[in-house]
Design a protein around this ligand. Structure first.
Ligand code: COA
Length: 183
């Protein structure tokens, strides 16, 4: 019996034609991750606003945004979004960039894709002059917090994510990018 290796997953910069699938993928992963008690109006408005296709077209046209997509046989299975120059007061000084989103579709998690996307996002930020990448995972997103901690991200303190009048506790975590990035 011949064992076939799984189809490769390629990572490349996003293009405008990806906006529709980025929107659907982002909504799916966002709901899987954060709508753990079901859907309420605030959550529904958030996904159909923040994650709508036009929003991704805007991101793709923004000079400070870098979007990487992971593609397998013509299907998007993950993406990473970096905002160059975005700063957070709790992150260490220097040229900062924010990892705004790192989303892997659930069936493709646990196989190293998140790590690949993270390292490529770090490299993109570093190549654009950033010395530090920071992000704000939700305090209850234990999988993501453990993932970043194991990849060198240090906790810098508490921040709040506010939407629709609600406040949610997030952590600020950051990693210095100086020198070559290793896996
Ligand atoms: C966080 C995320 C990007 C990681 O992607 P991934 O493809 O699974 O990453 P990898 O396969 O490279 O590594 C996964 C690690 O988590 C571990 N893991 C897998 N499932 C887990 C779970 N349910 N709970 C805790 N750890 C888990 C794996 O064992 C692996 O461990 P390691 O750090 O010792 O290597 C992905 O889970 C994801 O997209 N989650 C939903 C969206 C999200 O939370 N994004 C981050 C927002 S800040």
């Amino acid at each position: 019996m011949t064992l076939r290796s799984p189809p490769p997953i390629d990572i490349r910069p996003a293009v405008p034609a990806d906006a529709l699938c980025l929107s659907a993928l982002a909504i799916q992963v966002f709901l899987d991750t954060y709508a753990t008690e079901g859907i309420r109006p605030a959550v529904a408005r958030e996904v159909f606003g923040t994650y709508a296709e036009p929003a991704f077209h805007r991101h793709l046209g923004d000079a400070h945004t870098r979007l990487l997509v992971a593609q397998r046989q013509g299907h998007l299975v993950g993406f990473a979004q970096v905002t160059l120059g975005a700063t957070h007061a709790l992150a260490p000084g220097g040229a900062q960039a924010e990892l705004l989103r790192l989303y892997v579709q659930e069936p493709f998690t646990g196989h190293g894709l998140g790590t690949r996307l993270l390292r490529e996002a770090e490299e993109v930020a570093r190549a654009a002059g950033a010395g530090l990448l920071w992000l704000t995972p939700w305090v209850h997103n234990h999988r993501a917090r453990a993932f970043y901690a194991r990849r060198g991200y240090e906790d810098c303190g508490l921040t709040w994510f506010t939407f629709e009048g609600e406040s949610h506790e997030n952590r600020v975590v950051a990693r210095r990018l100086a020198g070559p990035v290793t896996t």
